[in-house]
Design a protein around this ligand. Structure first.
Ligand code: SAM
Length: 253
């Protein structure tokens, strides 16, 4: 299967009204945003558009960020990948969506596991996607520049959806969760990694400082599990490590 076929397969999952008449595969990924930028104005959000960050993200920024969030004894990158794979329980023919995929650091792992299936990485940052495309090694993988809060896919398009280290940066995270729940197929699995409020202060008070300075939102301990339950997901499991939480769930059959 050539990369072009992966893009065609991805386009076949689009809602008809969202299918571009002349798909523009800019630099190896399909760009749905053009001049639109859903990233948000906080410094931490703007940083995701920097080409310098995209270059050091996978080897330096992300491992360091994981340590800061989860502590020295928390999972490293290899363990995070293992956790994502276990939460998503991928099979060789699965269709997998990696929401806010960055430079594809998890997306590539999903593509290795999804064999004859299809893996789509979506991100709003062209600089991140440039790196992702350069590192692509599988023909079952397609990248898309788009907004996590307005996914172009039909309901129930994916067997598994991952969103790691991104909900806390996404401008409207609950809208992104609406979309994630919508595009999951019945029985589909979701895996999230995000922030988790642990201190004596309620999340609202923590956010008044942290979010306004950095753009990173701190979710209350039960905010994401409740949001998934409200969206009809089941089998919800939360694992809190330091200031982070891994959450997995499944859509009812
Ligand atoms: C910290 S990176 C996470 C990358 C990868 N998932 C990981 O775990 O390392 C966060 C990503 O979220 C993306 N992002 C932020 N807001 C977005 C939105 N509204 N739609 C799509 N991607 C968004 C940024 O461009 C950035 O690449």
């Amino acid at each position: 299967m050539s990369e072009r076929i992966a893009v065609e397969q991805m386009l076949a999952l689009f809602e008809l009204a969202r299918r571009p008449a002349m798909p523009h595969i800019e630099d190896g990924y399909l760009d749905l945003l053009g001049d639109e930028d859903p990233t948000g104005a906080h410094p931490g959000q703007r940083l995701m558009l920097s080409s310098a960050l995209a270059l050091i993200y996978e080897r330096l920024w992300r491992p360091l960020g994981g340590r800061l969030l989860m502590g020295a004894t928390g999972p490293g990158m290899r363990e995070e990948r293992r956790m994502a794979m276990s939460m998503l329980a991928l099979s060789p023919n699965d269709r997998v969506l990696d929401v806010a995929c960055g430079p594809g650091n998890f997306t590539r792992e999903f593509a290795r596991a999804a064999g004859n299936g299809l893996v789509v990485g979506i991100d709003a940052s062209g600089t991140m996607l440039d790196v992702a495309v350069r590192k692509t090694e599988r023909a079952n993988l397609a990248y898309l520049r788009g907004d996590a809060c307005a996914l172009p896919f039909r309901d129930g398009s994916f067997d598994a959806v991952c969103c790691f280290a991104a909900l806390y940066l996404i401008q409207e995270p609950m809208q992104a969760l609406d979309e994630i729940a919508r595009v999951l197929a019945p029985g589909g699995r979701v895996a999230l990694l995000s922030s988790c409020n642990r201190g004596p202060l309620p999340a609202g008070a923590t956010n008044a400082v942290v979010r306004s300075l950095s753009g990173v939102r701190i979710f209350a301990r039960d905010e994401l599990t409740r949001a998934l339950r409200d969206r009809g997901l089941t089998g919800i499991h939360q694992h809190v490590v330091g200031l982070a939480q891994f959450v997995s769930a499944r859509k009812r059959i």
